[in-house]
Design a protein. Structure first.
Ligand SMILES: *Cc1c(COP(=O)(O)O)cnc(C)c1O
Length: 409
C-alpha cells in the first residue's frame, strides 16, 4: 500500500565534521569543560553578537542559573507563558518563586498587555519564550521591565538564529538580563544535550559561572595561583551545570552550519505556506514582521469548525501516511502538577487553551528531502480534503516557483 518510508518528526543533522571533532576530543585526553568549550562560547558570542556567553548542559540549567544568580526566590513572582515546555515553569519553582501565567497573543507568543495585567508588587521577573522561533515583542516587554523594575530572562530554546529588530536574539543590544538557549537533540543547533546563556552583565556572568560549577570560586584559584592549581574555595551552594568538551566539539561545527540550516528551514516553511495557502481549513504560522524567524517549528492551526476531524485524529491520519507529527505545547495549566497554581483565576489564559486543540507541528528540518516535503504537503492536503465539512478543496500544483530551491530566492 503505502511505500513511503516513515518520515520522523525530527532528525538531527550531524556529519563528519562533528564526528571527527568528537573523535579528536576523545583522543586529546581532555573530555570535560576545556578549550573546546571556551572556543564554542567565543564563537557563539561572535554569531549572536553577545557580550558574554556561558556554555551549560541544558537550557533548563541556563534558566535556573539566571534566576538563581539574579537572586529570584521565595516570595517573588515570575511571569511566563502557558504555551511552553514544562522546564520554563519548573525552574521558577526550583528557586522557590511563584510562576504566574500571562496569556498569549494571536502569534502564540506571550502578550505584553496580559503581562502588565499580572504585575504585582511581588513580581520580580518576566520569562518570555520565542515560540517556534518567532521573536516576542521584546520592546514592549523591555518597556514593562523598565517601568516596574523587573528582570527579563529570555527562554530562547527555539530562537538560536532568530533576529529581532535588526539584532540576533542574545546580542549585546538586548535589554534582557540573560538569554537562555537550548542545544537539545531536536533543536535547530544540537550538542545532544546542552545550552548557553548570554548576558551583557559581567557581574551576573561571574555569579552564573560560580553557580554553574558547585559554587567554586575561580578567583580563589587565581589569587592563590603561586601555591599551585589544586586550591579552590566553595563560596556558594552551586549546581553542576557545565558543558563538556565532547558536547562543545559538536556545537562548534553545528554553529558553523546554522545559517545554512535556517535557510533550508525557511525554504521548507515557505513551501508549506504555499502548499496550504488556499485551504480555509488551515491557519498558517504568521510571518515575522520585525525580525527573522528561525523556523524551529512549523506549527499549523486547524480550523476545527471546517473539519470533521479533531487534532488527535489528524495526527493519526498523518501517522497512517507514515508522517511523524507533534504538538507544541500542552499548555502548562493542563499538566496535573501545575494545576495547583496554574488554574487560579489570576492565571487564566483562555487564548492559549482555545489554541491548544488546534495545534499540529509538521516535520521541518534541513535533512528532510524535497520529495519528503512534497509528500507531507500533499498528505496534509489529502487529509483536509477527506475530512472537509465545506465545499471542494481547491487544487494545488507545485510549479517551478514552488520547488524548495525555487522559493525565497
Ligand atoms: C527544549 C525547551 C526547553 C528545555 O531545553 P533543554 O535544553 O532540554 O533544557 C526549555 N524551553 C523551551 C521552550 C523548550 O522548547
Amino acid at each position: 500500500m503505502n511505500q513511503q518510508p516513515f518520515i520522523p518528526f525530527n532528525k538531527p543533522e550531524i556529519d563528519d565534521a562533528e564526528i571527527d571533532e568528537v573523535v579528536d576530543t576523545l583522543r586529546s585526553g581532555w573530555l570535560t569543560t576545556g578549550v573546546r568549550t571556551a572556543q564554542f562560547e567565543r564563537e557563539f558570542c561572535q554569531y549572536t553578537g553577545a557580550r558574554h556567553a556561558l556554555a551549560v548542559n541544558s537550557c533548563t540549567a541556563a534558566l535556573h542559573l539566571a534566576l538563581a544568580a539574579l537572586g529570584v526566590g521565595p516570595g517573588d513572582e515570575v511571569i511566563t507563558t502557558p504555551l511552553t515546555f514544562c522546564a520554563t515553569v519548573n525552574v521558577i519553582l526550583h528557586v522557590g518563586a511563584t510562576p504566574v501565567l500571562a496569556d498569549i497573543g494571536p502569534d502564540g507568543n506571550i502578550d505584553s498587555l496580559s503581562i502588565e495585567a499580572r504585575i504585582t508588587p511581588r513580581t520580580k521577573a518576566i520569562i518570555p519564550v520565542h515560540f517556534a522561533g518567532a521573536p516576542c515583542d521584546m520592546n514592549a516587554i523591555w518597556s514593562l521591565a523598565k517601568k516596574y523594575s523587573l528582570f527579563v530572562i529570555e527562554d530562547a530554546a527555539h530562537a538560536v538564529g532568530t533576529h529581532y529588530d535588526g539584532q540576533s536574539i542574545g546580542s549585546r543590544e538586548s535589554r534582557s538580563d540573560a538569554v537562555a538557549f537550548s542545544f537539545y537533540a531536536t533543536k535547530n543547533l544540537t550538542t545532544g544535550e546542552g545550552g548557553m546563556v548570554t548576558t551583557s552583565d559581567e557581574l551576573l556572568l561571574n555569579r552564573m559561572k560560580v553557580l554553574a560549577l558547585h559554587g567554586i570560586s575561580k578567583d580563589a584559584w587565581n589569587r592563590y595561583h603561586e601555591e599551585g592549581n589544586w586550591y579552590y574555595e566553595v563560596v556558594d551552594n552551586g549546581f553542576k551545570y557545565n558543558l563538556s568538551d565532547i558536547q562543545s566539539a559538536i556545537g562548534i561545527h553545528q554553529l558553523r552550519k546554522l545559517e545554512r540550516f535556517i535557510d533550508r528551514r525557511a525554504r521548507q516553511a515557505a513551501f508549506y505556506q504555499q502548499a496550504f495557502a488556499n485551504l480555509e481549513q488551515l491557519e498558517l504560522p504568521a510571518p515575522v514582521t520585525n525580525g527573522r524567524h528561525s523556523w524551529h517549528l512549523y506549527a499549523l492551526r486547524l480550523n476545527l469548525e471546517l473539519l470533521n476531524i479533531d487534532r488527535s485524529h489528524f495526527i493519526v491520519e498523518l501517522r497512517n501516511r507514515h508522517i511523524g507529527a507533534s504538538v507544541h505545547f500542552i499548555p502548562i495549566p493542563l499538566h496535573p502538577f501545575f494545576k495547583r497554581f496554574a488554574n487560579l483565576a489570576h492565571n487564566a489564559c483562555p487564548n492559549c487553551l482555545k489554541l491548544y486543540p488546534r495545534l499540529v507541528s509538521l516535520p521541518l528540518y534541513p535533512s528532510m528531502t524535497d520529495s519528503e516535503l512534497l509528500y507531507i504537503a500533499n498528505s496534509v492536503r489529502d487529509i483536509v480534503k477527506k475530512f472537509s465539512k465545506t465545499a471542494p478543496v481547491p487544487s494545488w500544483q507545485p510549479g517551478v516557483t514552488t520547488t524548495v530551491e525555487g522559493i525565497a530566492q
